[in-house]
Design a protein around this ligand. Sequence first.
Ligand code: 5GP
Length: 112
Amino acid sequence: MREKTIFEKIVDKEIPSKVVLEDSDFLAFHDIAPKAPVHVLIIPKKWIKDFNGIDSELMGKMSEFILKVADVTGVKESGYRLVTNIGPDSGQEVPHLHFHLLGKKKLDANFG
Ligand code: 5GP
């Protein structure tokens, strides 16, 4: 059986997190090692490994949720970066689809 990811443990409240926004399908919480004054992780509660497994229905709902997170964190107008890592070359650490939402600072334009 597949082992639970750390993010599933966060969804199940086995590991604490600082929640920014939550609904029945998605959870947004502060990254434990923030790279910007706003650094929020946005995940579907139902496990999916990465963006390669997403479908249009999930993407549609997730986009709406992400826009709400941008709103409540106050970055919608000032600007923000939305990033998702996929697989080994990206350096993805947690095999559970997540978007990083970063803002409230001038972000480095170098994507590496
Ligand atoms: P990835 O490299 O997979 O795109 O990003 C994983 C992110 O999850 C990293 O930015 C890391 O700081 C964050 N992270 C890892 N473990 C935890 C945790 O237990 N709690 C929270 N809030 N963030 C975590």
